[in-house]
Structures are given as C-alpha cells and as structure tokens.
Design a protein around this ligand. Structure first.
Ligand SMILES: NC(=O)c1ccc[n+]([C@@H]2O[C@H](COP(=O)([O-])OP(=O)(O)OC[C@H]3O[C@@H](n4cnc5c(N)ncnc54)[C@H](O)[C@@H]3O)[C@@H](O)[C@H]2O)c1
Ligand SMILES: [Zn+2]
Length: 368
C-alpha cells in the first residue's frame, strides 16, 4: 500500500504530510534531507518510548543521523513551563542548531510542547512531527499551532510554528487504547460535519472499521482529515479571518464540559468534542436552523460507535454553570457568544451572536 503525500501550501511555507503504513521504520530516508549536519533530537513520552522508540532510533541509525532523546512523562500535565524549560535546556546542551531536526514523537501533548520549544529556540528551529495518536495525526500535527498550559488555563502560551515535515504512520495506531482511538475519531467525523456531507457518509459506512483498527480505513480517514484541515488552514493560517473557527465545531460546548470536569481523565478532549458536536446540532434544531433528521443521523452514528453524546451521565452541572465556563473561555461578561451552528450535515457556519440565555435554557433541557 503506497504512502499518501499531502503538500501543505501556506503563504510563506510549504511542507509535506506523509500518511502510510510502517513509515516509522522507513523514517530515516524522509528525515535525512532535513538534517544537513546529520543531527536530530527526539522528544517523546514514556509510553511512546516504551512501544516505538527503538524503531525510530534504528531508522535514523540506518541513515547515519545521530539522535539524542528526551523522554517526558505521559499525559496532559507535561505540557507545562517546567518541562518546556527542560526541553530547551537539553536542546541547548546538545548544541542543536537551527537547521538540525527536532523530532516531536508522540501525541498532541508532545507535539504541542516540542513545537513550542522549536519555535522559540534560537528564534525558530526546524522541527518534524511524528504524531502517534489518532487525534494528533488528524488534528494537532497539522496547522502549526504550538502551546503549553498555565495554571490559569490551557494553551495560554504558544506560537504559530509550522513543521518541516509530518510523518503519520498508521501502524502506530495499533497500540493506542480504544478510548483514545474513539476520542481521535470525533475529530475525523468533525470534518464531515463541517463542510463535507460525502465524507460524513463515508464515516457512517467506515467509522466502525477505523475503530476496529482496519489500516485501510484509518489511512483514508486520516488522509481526508488532514486534507480538510489543510484546506481550512491555508485560507486562514494564523486565525485572523474567521475561516479557521470552523475547526472548533462542538468545541465551545466541549471546552465548558472539560473545564467543569477539571480537564481530568473522566472526559478526554475528543469525548468532549463528540458531546459538543451533538449539542451543536441539537441546539441548531431547537433554533429551527437544522432538520431533526440530520441531528438523528448524527446521534445514530455516534451511538452505534459507543461515542458519548450526553453530558448528563458525567455531571449534574446546570446550564448557567456551563455557560459561565464558556464566558471565561472567551473573556465575555454576558450577553452573546459566537457559536458554530449547523444548517445540516456538512453545513456548519459561525453565528456571531448567540443569546446566552437561550444556550442556558437549552442546556437545562428547557424547550421554548
Ligand atoms: N496544536 C493543535 O492544533 C492542537 C489540536 C488539537 C489538540 N491539541 C492538543 O493535543 C493534546 C491532546 O493530544 P492527544 O490526545 O494526542 O494526547 P496525548 O499526547 O496525551 O496522548 C494520549 C495518550 O496516548 C499515549 N500514546 C500516544 N501514542 C500512543 C501509541 N501509539 N500507542 C499507545 N499509547 C500512545 C500517550 O502517552 C498518552 O498517554 C492536548 O494538549 C490538546 O490541547 C493541539
Ligand atoms: Zn479538538
């Protein structure tokens, strides 16, 4: 099965995303052109290191690229300023220069913090993403957003820094826990819901295969998602004209739930997005923008795949509490918030002024 190569064309930067089977074992040949001094520095987490680091090291050794390694603890808590300082200090000790390759080898956590370190080391150093979770392959490794968390909130410190190359090896998804696979699938489905009803239909027919680790289905789903994200990012690389906001379908509701649950393991980001997208469709139906039939189709698909659709099983928080989280997120006092709503499947749009009282009543289960 051949690799899929998707060129990402931004105004002043171009890079390739390669998607395929067993790419990691062949990574040396792809990385070599990005290491003029044959030097690389791998940042990874404990879980990924245990499962897959030896394959990457062998691949680099085969092409005589030197690789130093820093292994960080697994999990969201790693995305902090202390670990950032550790990465930067190890990179400086290792005398990594601007044209050497810093390799982010892991999920979104490793991609975000390593990308940010690369963005600020010597005012910008080359970095390569090897995303190892489904979420990172379809979302966080593409688009150039990098960040760390602060105690005050998630992703508060960051930069736009585009990778020089992204290698998405479908084989790595084989070791991912089913729950993480499902969480990543929510972001795949999102692209169909945003603007591609044909892709939504494909998801309905093939989503179960993605979750059952069918490599063909995963390869196609990842490639379509990357292409969809790239098309949106190309129109709005630094989030200035509003197009990129479409990628946040389900995320305003989702973030409120994540905040309410303290960003804990009780609710993964992708699970929050799954519930959030369902809420966005249900709210759109209640407002009379979207047909009940389309919301039914979405609920039926999510339910068939055991994806979460209902926040009531997780928290008793009322509408006002969840809306307070949304206002905090968007730095608003009261009144209205911009929301991504749907006119139907594949017809997401940004409504700039949604009345928060209406959202509160909706979340409380009140019908107008
Ligand atoms: N930059 C962006 O545009 C963007 C977009 C979406 C999300 N994000 C960020 O991404 C992060 C979430 O990413 P994530 O869901 O990949 O989380 P993660 O990096 O924490 O990975 C999830 C878990 O899976 C493990 N893991 C990784 N690869 C594995 C593999 N192949 N086999 C077995 N286990 C594996 C990890 O060790 C971790 O425990 C969040 O911090 C979020 O803010 C960033
Ligand atoms: Zn997301």
């Amino acid at each position: 099965m051949s690799d899929i190569i998707l060129p990402i064309d931004l105004q002043n930067h171009r890079y390739d995303v390669m998607i395929g089977i067993d790419i990691l074992a062949r990574a040396g040949e792809f990385i070599k052109p990005f290491t003029p001094r044959n030097r690389s520095f791998i940042v990874t987490d404990e879980t990924v290191a245990r499962l897959h680091l030896s394959t990457l090291k062998e691949a680099l050794a085969k092409v005589d690229v030197q690789a130093e390694v820093l292994i960080l603890p697994s999990g969201e808590a790693t995305k902090n300023i202390t670990q950032l300082e550790k990465i930067l200090s190890k990179l400086i000790d290792a005398k990594i220069e601007r044209t050497d390759a810093i390799i982010a080898f892991g999920g979104g956590v490793i991609g975000d913090i390593t990308g940010f370190a690369a963005a600020i080391l010597r005012r910008g150093t080359h970095f390569i993403q090897i995303p190892t979770t489904l979420l990172a392959q379809v979302d966080s490794s593409v688009g150039g957003k990098t960040a760390i968390n602060m105690t005050q909130g998630k992703n508060l410190i960051g930069a736009f820094h585009q990778p020089a190359l992204v290698l998405a090896d479908i084989t790595l998804l084989g070791t991912l826990p089913p729950r993480e696979l499902r969480a990543g699938y929510a972001e795949i489905l999102k692209y169909g819901l945003i603007n591609d009803p044909g892709f939504f239909k494909w998801c309905v027919e093939n989503g179960a295969d993605i979750l059952a680790s069918d490599k063909n289905a995963q390869r196609y789903g990842v490639a379509q998602s990357v292409a969809a994200k790239a098309a949106i990012v190309a129109q709005d690389p630094t989030e200035t004209n509003g197009t990129r906001a479409l990628l946040n379908l389900g995320h305003t509701f989702g973030h409120a739930l994540e905040a309410e649950l303290g960003y804990s393991d009780r609710l993964l980001h992708g699970e929050a997005v799954s519930i959030g997208m369902m809420l966005a469709f249900d709210f759109s139906v209640q407002c009379g923008f979207c047909s009940v039939n389309d919301a039914h189709k979405l609920r039926a698909h999510l339910t068939e795949l055991s994806m979460p659709t209902d926040f009531r099983t997780l928290t008793n928080a009322d509408g006002a509490t969840l809306v307070a989280h949304m206002m905090q997120d968007k730095k608003r006092q009261s009144g209205t918030l911009p929301f991504l709503l749907a006119r139907g499947i594949g017809q997401t749009y940004l409504d700039k002024n949604v009345d928060l009282e209406k959202i509160t009543a909706f979340l409380n289960g009140e019908h107008p």
